[in-house]
Design a protein around this ligand. Sequence first.
Ligand code: NCD
Length: 308
Amino acid sequence: MSLEGRHLIDPVDFTLDELDEVFSLSERIIKKPESYIDICQGKILGTLFYEPSTRTRLSFESAMLRMGGRVLGFSDATHSSVAKGESIADTIRVLSSYADIVVMRHPKEGAPRLASQYSGITIINGGDGGHQHPTQTLTDLLTIREFKGTIGGNNVAFCGDLKFGRTVHSLIKTLSRYPNNKFILISPDELKLPEYLKNILNKSGNVEIYETNDLESVIDEIDILYMTRIQKERFFNEADYVRLKDSYILSKSKLSNSKNSMIVMHPLPRVNEISYDLDEDERAVYFKQAKFGIYARMALMALQLGVI
Ligand code: NCD
């Protein structure tokens, strides 16, 4: 089935073969970006960001510009008609005649799904509350493919805010569809992975899960260490955030027992959870990961727009 015109709200909207198609095209673009500089000529991407973003918005914009298309939208809903009380349904109905494809980020879980029900054009979820962030997942899986060769068969550790981190929720749900991954969940008790996700993982019958709050005790087993920021904006009270914010600070010395082949990923932005002394280490791949995000988004939009 073609990806043309298909919304991407949750990574399970695409089959594993379809995800594979996105990664194969990403890899072709990485090898020869000059072959793709005008495939989106005449196309317009709408960016509706109801919640702050740097990387996701700019990487979408860059991806569209690198394919010869154009971009319009807002990055601050207080300066749009939303401030006048316009509904998502109306905004998206109108946008459908202004753009060919839309990426939407929203603090409310489910908002992009709702938009897709009223939209005449393709909607991409750019992150909805603490729920899903499918294009970060494409970025993460492409990174894993590039560094590990295959997406299955790894010991993948998630560390930090597993309760509110939508990048974790999206990635772990998608990884559970691939064979033989073992998940090591490292978090303070208050920030554990939600039960509904653990149920999905257990039902997949594909994974083993181990939970701990001690990163150093498991460091030697990890193939992929996915660090996350404590999600300040999703806490109900400041005192809890302050108490938990520095739960994990990864530094070079803490990796002394890790495998040489281990990679450290992070969706960024980082706050305190990875010290700067790790940035030059070969195992730290988070800046390369951010770069892969451009290629994954180029491939995704090219396929959804049917220009390739
Ligand atoms: C993430 C997000 O917005 O969920 N950032 C991103 O998209 N690269 C992670 C975060 O904000 O911590």
